[in-house]
Design a protein around this ligand. Structure first.
Ligand code: GCU
Length: 396
């Protein structure tokens, strides 16, 4: 207690107050209030969007900007130089089934430099460049370790390789540590410090997606992987980043959101599970500073998350949930796919998702959308991966 000073007391008081005033999360379907979503296919001037060109020329840029300004912040596109340095290579990894590479992706801007380490396994028994799953990994490098001393279903590399896909990943710590204060120490401080001054500047989720895009830059130079068939995968906070990455970077062939929930696949206006208030209080550094003003005011958001799904069109989008993960609101995640359908139809996809959510364990694929809910708790498991692979087999 000796070290408790005035600032500490203030901070504690503030925390207590915010806990006391924060609304409890709702888990009762009968208490979900009615809401009206902002129009997907109508411009800010009120004009109807009836074809792809109008979407691409007018409405898509409008929506992208609304997400930048109100939710995730801008994602910078410029840098001075990018180098790819092969650090480690084993042509007989995984008992000879895969070639393993560790590549340092060095990005320079002004006088700053960041280094993203890529972990890549490519199947040996295929003759063409491999379609590739790229994981935005917030669980640390040990899951991706080539020695396989810590096998984890989060990263089932043997299964992915034997299905004819490459598996790639990077640790988000290299671009923006998943930490309230330290998230700035890599890409934000070293390359884009001006973003910290901008109201719609990049923050952690945007930086993770930015990192995935730099890895795709590398894929474009590696003959063993097919850079036109990159499936960006993220679990939970990583899933939010994967959808945003797919919205920003049209080289992403499929974006997979595993249990991304609030500010990922879930409709924000649906008051079920995690709310904007709760997420912006606990994880303010994931988002642009403006986002917190929508706490308890979701109805005032100029976008909702079905539009994030739509920004990925006409490319593939997969949304997965877990039966016991009420926090992420499975129904709210499914509804985003339903609500995004009209836009995908403009691209000629004959989508007609059932209103009723698919039963637990049953996969739904209507190209280019897919969905499943798995039994169990919040996690990314082998079952999820098997479904991702089945989906990629159909869509790529
Ligand atoms: C927290 C957070 C979620 C997030 C999850 C995760 O539960 O509230 O929004 O998706 O962490 O990343 O596992």
């Amino acid at each position: 207690m000796k070290n408790l000073n005035y600032t500490h007391v203030l901070l504690l008081g503030f925390l207590l107050l915010s806990v006391l005033t924060m609304k409890a999360q709702n888990y009762d379907e009968s208490k979900v209030h009615e809401y009206t979503l902002p129009p997907l296919l109508e411009t800010e001037q009120g004009e109807a969007i009836v074809n792809q060109k109008q979407w691409e020329d007018v409405r898509r840029p409008e929506i992208l900007k609304l997400f930048e300004d109100n939710v995730y912040g801008q994602v910078p596109k410029d840098f001075d130089k990018i180098n790819f340095n092969l650090i480690n290579k084993d042509e007989l990894a995984l008992n000879g089934d895969a070639t393993y590479k560790e590549v340092d992706i060095e990005v320079h801007r002004n006088n700053g430099k960041v280094n993203i380490r890529l972990y890549l396994f490519v199947p040996n028994n295929i003759t063409k460049p491999a379609p590739t799953f790229l994981v935005i990994n917030h669980r640390g490098v040990k899951t991706m370790d080539v020695t396989r001393e810590n096998p984890d279903d989060f990263w089932p590399v043997e299964e992915v390789i034997s299905s004819g896909y490459a598996l790639a990943g990077f640790d988000v710590i290299d671009v923006a540590p998943d930490h309230k204060i330290d998230y700035t120490i890599e890409v934000l401080e070293k390359l884009y410090p001006e973003h910290m001054q901008m109201k719609n500047g990049m923050r952690a989720l945007g930086a993770w997606g930015w990192g995935a895009s730099r890895i795709i830059d590398y894929f474009e130079t590696d003959q063993t992987v097919d850079a036109t068939k990159v499936v960006v995968v993220g679990h939970s906070r990583g899933g939010k980043a994967a959808l945003w990455c797919g919205a920003q970077d049209e080289r992403v062939a499929i974006a997979i959101s595993n249990e991304s929930g609030n500010s990922g696949a879930k409709i924000s206006r649906r008051n079920y599970g995690e709310s904007v208030e709760r997420i912006t209080q606990h994880f303010p550094y994931w988002f642009s500073p403006t986002y917190s003003k929508y706490a308890n005011r979701e109805d005032e958001l100029p976008i909702d998350q079905h539009m994030l799904i739509a920004l990925n069109a006409p490319r593939g989008v997969y949304v997965a949930g877990a039966a016991e993960d009420d926090w992420a609101d499975n129904k709210g995640q499914y509804l985003s796919l339903i609500e995004a359908q009209p836009l995908f139809r403009l691209y000629g996809f004959n989508l007609n998702l059932p209103n009723e959510m698919p039963k637990v364990g049953v996969q739904l694929i209507q190209k280019p959308m897919g969905f499943h809910i798995r039994e169990g708790k919040h996690n990314m498991t082998l079952f999820d991966w098997q479904k991702f692979i089945e989906f990629a087999d159909e869509v790529l």
